[in-house]
Design a protein around this ligand. Sequence first.
Ligand code: DSN
Length: 390
Amino acid sequence: MKAEKERQKKVINLIASENFVSADVLAALGSELTNKYSEGYPGHRYYGGQTFTDKIEILAQKRALKLFKLSPAKWHVNVQPLSGSPANVAVYLALVPLGGKIMGMSLSHGGHLTHGHKVSISGKAWQQVAYGVDAKSEQLNYEEIKAVAEKEKPALIVAGFTAYPRVIDFKKFREIADSVGAILMVDMSHVAGLVAGGAYPTPFDYADVVTTTVHKTLRGPRSALIFAKNDERELGKKIDKAIFPGMQGGPHMNQIAAVAIALKEAASPEFKKYAHQIKKNASVLAEELVKLGWRIVSGGTDSHLILMDTWMMGKGIAGSVASKLLEKAGIIVNMNTIPNETRSPMDPSGIRLGTAAETTRGKREKDMIAIARKIDAVLRGKTSKKKGKK
Ligand code: DSN
């Protein structure tokens, strides 16, 4: 543990899905709440001794709704999912009959395993209808997505991705879902902190269900939340049952307390500034990499996330090699497929970068320029790519 703490201090962390939590969040995770079993929901538990756990879970629910400006009359929230994958699967279990169609972005274009990929239970117990990004713009093409939906008539459409740097038009997804009678689920895991801080469009005006992890841009503990619209479909009630007893046992109350703390932190004016700074930092990092001659998928970013094409059709180096070289130089990234991938997931054409963690550490635009130059210096010697202008 000490060695890992030191490692984290020493490196530049550009993993787009990681962050550094506060001391209070860490304290909650390491608290005596970890000793407690609380199967069930506040007021309806299967074990005694819930005086404080009930208060904590209710507080986390209230703060989750408040952070995203949701009225408890209109929205329901479940704060028990252990992490993002179980949260997504619980939504399918609740709302899509086994074997039914889930329409999600394919993994190689930026979707998540739990958006119906065949190696995940989401693609084994249900059937994935996949969509991708436009071959040329590398951005969402809503006409193509609509055509896939009309042909396949999925029961549920997932919008929200793990490696898509651009703004998502949630209104268009709503129209597509309505045109085929599908439920619209938004997985905002990557951008939740940006949404909370007003630096990315909110999905709540259009989605039926919103899932999110808490530990990415939202800067909380590893955990997840599921929001569901309150109406005659009783989505929230069905989702609660799918989480417990459908999939999970006792909730991790230490984690839920840490979520409540993180949600309070994310409601502060400082967090709003932080969210906007994450985005500025990502734009500057992407622009500088482009100036240095690198290809950025879709030409840039509207969020915390950048997909960098290190392979550049053979002129550069594979993502796996790039990520190892960068790690040796103290920069941590992950290799990533890019749209229309010509290589393999274990040896893809790109790397994914994100600015949330380093922005937490106080990095600003000038630091991003220095980081871009360091990335370029580490990678350039190994490629036959032409030198860009500085
Ligand atoms: N592994 C997460 C990410 O890095 O985006 C998604 O689950």
